[in-house]
Design a protein. Structure first.
Ligand code: FBP
Length: 354
């Protein structure tokens, strides 16, 4: 495999082909899916960039299956991805945060051997205030017989992903993805409309600098979570305090911590007993990326990628980022704490990222 540097002028298409060449049995279908996602990302970036000028800011006036108000750009991004992906003959079904049910491949289009799960525009409630938003995607191999993909094909544990990634629409537009051969970042050069390799083989620092958490939920957290947050802040321990950074856009918070080191935490709490973030198209793809970059992801009790999904839109608590801080989360949250005193400490080993 050619070792590129950040200065090599390498388009994402060329990089995908070079990675594919390492698998003589590859058919090119997965590469085709990644091309189409890159194309959809360019189209969404164009909409997001000009959102303030075109009448596409604000709410659509509808709610999605999560009971969230859909932003106009949520609906537009969802349509762009479905239209970019449904006719390539590589997918047999899709699932989106914005759609209650599985999205079938229309009759008349060939069905392929993969399924795509995606969050078309993560953090969309931030669009109107010009805060970075993102697209998150996950690709799984079809496991059922028959032409069309089914719920069973979607409900696979994250460790079975064959590719995953995200796009961040921030000061620049970046696409970060992995097919299990490291995590690589590409920056969109708007002057030529190409994603160029800018961050080859991303490695997340093992010890974090930043803590991303919405602590307005502190009153609803249980004692373990409070104990964990105190440690992240360097209280009750000799740990160096983490600096708090919270944008409220998962992709933006995750991306910062991936490059600079840190932990994003969205614990379960009394009002959200299963957390807020969705397992299949938010936690799983980002967990795949962070492990490929040497980090870790846990729900506080289990490795995210080992969770066996049971519902299409199920939620999960999420602790993701630098290995040391995620390890501390698993260690602290597994402790039995009775009125602040530890009563039992189980074995907490987390698998080491790539
Ligand atoms: P969606 O916009 O895709 O529903 O994402 C959920 C999200 O906005 C994340 O991006 C973000 O991390 C989180 O919710 C913020 O939640 P809260 O407002 O409770 O802190």
């Amino acid at each position: 495999m050619v070792r590129h540097t950040a200065t090599s002028v390498v388009t994402i298409e060329r990089f995908i082909i070079e990675q594919e060449r390492q698998f003589p049995e590859a058919t090119g279908e997965l590469s085709g899916i990644l091309y189409d996602i890159a194309l959809a990302a360019k189209m969404i970036a164009n909409k997001v960039r000009s959102a303030g000028l075109a009448d596409i800011l604000g709410a659509q006036g509808t709610e999605n299956v999560q009971g969230e108000v859909q932003q106009k750009l949520d609906v537009i991004s969802n349509e762009i991805i479905v239209k970019a992906m449904d006719h390539g003959g590589r997918l047999c079904a899709m699932a989106s945060e914005e759609e209650p049910e599985i999205i079938p491949i229309p009759e008349g289009f060939r069905c392929g051997k993969y399924v795509l799960l995606f969050d078309p525009l993560d953090g969309s409630s931030n669009i109107d205030v010009n805060v970075p938003v993102g697209t998150i995607f996950s690709v799984m191999r079809k496991i059922t017989n028959g032409r069309h993909g089914t719920l069973e094909d979607m409900l696979q544990p994250g460790r079975r992903q064959v590719a995953a990634g995200y796009v961040i629409y921030g000061s620049s537009t970046m696409l970060v993805y992995s097919t299990g051969q490291g995590a690589h970042g590409f920056t969109l050069d708007p002057s030529i409309g190409e994603f160029l390799l800018s961050h080859p083989d991303i490695r997340i620092p093992p010890h974090g600098k930043f803590l991303s958490v919405n602590d307005s939920y502190e009153q609803h957290w249980d004692e373990n979570v409070r104990a964990l947050m105190r440690q992240y802040r360097g209280l009750d321990s000799d740990r160096k305090p983490l600096s708090v950074r919270y944008v409220g856009s998962l992709v933006a918070d995750f991306h910062r911590n991936l490059l600079a080191g840190g932990v994003f935490a969205y614990p379960a709490h009394a009002r959200a007993p299963r957390g807020k973030l969705r397992l299949l198209y938010e936690a799983n793809p980002l967990a795949f990326i962070v492990e490929q970059a040497g980090g870790a992801a846990s729900d506080g009790n289990k490795r995210i990628l080992d969770i066996e999904p049971t519902e299409l839109h199920e939620r999960t608590p999420l602790f993701i980022g630098s290995k040391d801080e995620v390890g501390l989360a698993a260690e602290t949250l597994k402790r039995e704490l009775v009125s602040g005193v530890e009563v039992k400490a189980p074995d907490i080993s987390l698998p080491v990222g790539r």
